[in-house]
Write a protein that binds this ligand. Structure first.
Ligand SMILES: Cc1ncc(COP(=O)(O)O)c(C=O)c1O
Length: 388
């Protein structure tokens, strides 16, 4: 048997795929497990989105290959969303490329830009795909730390000049997964200036920009003057409209940065299913009141969890955005040992902070993607676990 490629050797296995097997074994032995690990929304998309999906699927001519850049209607819908929400004007034919989920674009943009030997600057803790794309491209991830002392914002000036010389791309993600931190406009301004100074491609992942509470509105990096010179932004309907399984996201921003990704995608995929493109366009015209009501559900869930964690003397980061809570593990535990023990003994599945990098040590992540009663029950189980 020949050996698989060395590129594949560089990729770690998927944590959640392995977790499924572990959970299935526990369920078979001792009953239900409350899943607060993966961030997959439990609530449905807006009803009109489903109607559009179904009526589009009934059209006999909607089942063939679609253009690699989606439909004009979908690109226009993203342009309108960026105009109305962020005051950012985009040309739907130059600055917008629909994706098969933002994860696909995050991975492939790195493939399209990074050469072996290049450095890609990624946050730690951070969403895994930034580094995975770099590893697969043969590039070297350089992990910069996000610490609570700095509100989980990086100190970009601490990146050594030698590293910056070899660096091609900088990844940022606010509102942030896993820390839930948000970024003030001042920080985003600094980041844009930094990338202009060091000629870096600034990749901002704004996948959680529409899951905000209590009047907080997450900004787009493209609101910053000069950002269009160096930046692209990823967005997604997975969390914003409860459509994670639909696989529909977007990259917007600098047209020259997007171009090689288009070339790669025209070689790699063959567009998306037309009813999904139509449903996605519909989702983007959902009234703000729907988003507000849905976000209020997450807010209530978050408050239940924060209160319970406080009662357990566990210190959680309070943030006005995302579908997660980021919390310190009890004293004397590592992230992994804590999460393993809670899974085994309390039958609550959490995500260890170390999944997101070495600076995730000492933390665990809770996904708020279960009904309040389930979250309360999980907190009760955690409390009993802690008493033992
Ligand atoms: C920060 C971040 N970016 C991107 C993604 C991928 O989202 P999508 O479903 O659009 O591929 C996720 C998914 O959890 C995420 O947490």
């Amino acid at each position: 048997m020949k050996r698989q490629s060395t590129r594949i050797d560089r990729l770690p296995t998927n944590f959640f795929a392995e977790l499924e097997t572990k959970i299935a074994a526990i369920q078979a032995q001792s009953g239900d497990v409350i899943r607060l690990d993966i961030g997959s929304p439990d609530l449905p998309p807006p009803p009109e989105v489903i109607n559009v999906l179904c009526s589009s699927a009934r059209q006999p001519n909607h089942h063939g290959y679609q253009p690699h850049n989606g439909t004009a209607k979908l690109r226009q819908a993203w342009a309108e969303m960026y105009r109305d929400r962020f005051g950012v004007l985009l040309d739907e034919n130059k600055n917008i490329l629909p994706l098969i989920g933002s994860k696909e674009g995050i991975f492939n943009l790195t493939m399209a830009w990074a050469n072996p030997g290049d450095t890609v600057l990624v946050p730690d803790p951070g969403y895994m795909t930034y580094a995975r794309g770099a590893l697969f491209a043969g590039a070297k991830p350089y992990y910069f730390a996000l610490h609570p002392q700095n509100a989980f914002l990086p100190d970009l000036t601490s990146i050594p000049k030698e590293v910056l010389k070899r660096a091609k791309m900088l990844w940022l993600n606010y509102p942030n997964n896993p820390t839930t931190a948000t970024a003030p406009l001042d920080f985003l301004k600094q980041a844009v200036q930094f990338c202009l100074d060091y000629q870096l491609i600034l990749c901002h992942d704004a996948s959680y920009s529409q899951v905000c509470f209590e009047d907080y509105q997450a900004p787009s990096i493209l609101q910053i003057e000069g950002a269009i010179e160096c930046a692209v932004e990823f967005n997604s309907l997975s969390k914003s409209h409860n459509m994670a399984g639909w696989r529909t996201g977007v990259i917007v921003g600098n047209t020259e940065i997007i171009k090689p990704l288009i070339k790669l995608k025209t070689n790699l995929d063959s567009g998306h299913f037309r009813p999904i493109l139509d449903g996605a366009a519909q989702a983007l015209s959902t009234p703000e009141s729907w988003l507000k009501a849905r976000n209020e559900i997450y807010n209530q869930r978050r408050n239940v969890v924060l209160k319970a964690l406080k009662a357990l003397n566990l210190s959680a980061w309070s943030s006005p955005a995302t579908i997660y809570v980021w919390c310190s593990v009890p004293a004397g535990w590592t992230s992994l040992k804590f999460v393993e023990d809670v899974l085994e003994k309390a039958r609550v599945s959490l995500t260890p902070g170390t999944l997101f990098g070495q600076f995730g040590e000492g933390y665990f992540r809770i996904a708020l993607t279960s009904p309040t009663e389930k979250l309360s029950e999980a907190m009760d189980r955690l409390s009993k676990w802690k008493e033992k």
